[in-house]
Write a protein that binds this ligand. Sequence first.
Ligand code: GRF
Length: 187
Amino acid sequence: MVKKKACVFISGSGTNLRSIISNSRDYNFPINICLVVSNNKKAKGIIYAKKFSIPHMSLSANKYDFEKTVIKTLNEKKIKLICLAGFMKILSKKFIREFKGEIINIHPSLLPMYKGLNTFQRVLKSKEKFTGCTVHFVDEKLDNGKIIIKKRVIIDKKDNVDTLKKKVQFQEYKAYSSAIRKIFSSG
Ligand code: GRF
């Protein structure tokens, strides 16, 4: 199989990045991670790029300079898929248009419910019985694009933010790679 070139954008711990890299080492997985981009020089997740010898760039620049540099690199490297995984910077409309249909994101809720930040706190406060995660294409509105896959998690009465986060993230690791497989299997 000829694998497509992909990159992962992170800002923090990078556990989704770790999971995608690990799955991408499978011969049948449709992408290779050729670049890791971080908008935070101190992002813990950079360690996974180093560990697997994947080129990485960390830029703490303003949005304009960040995107200008990143767009140039993505085009040079012929990147065909951008995976946002805990990337906390909102991309500009220009950037999203430049890579239309090629940017995906993971969000820790069952979209369209609980868009935005602090999803676990809000879900618990609303006494929901279920939550989960969603992988979706990125469009110009926040947490809004076409949904690729969702995975559901049952909320226990005893759950708190930490336990719920752990359960949702466990599903995220499966969801992200399933979503990537799905994108490329449907052509
Ligand atoms: C994930 O929970 C994801 O849903 C959200 O940010 C978190 C990133 O975690 N967008 P990690 O950096 O992959 O560990």
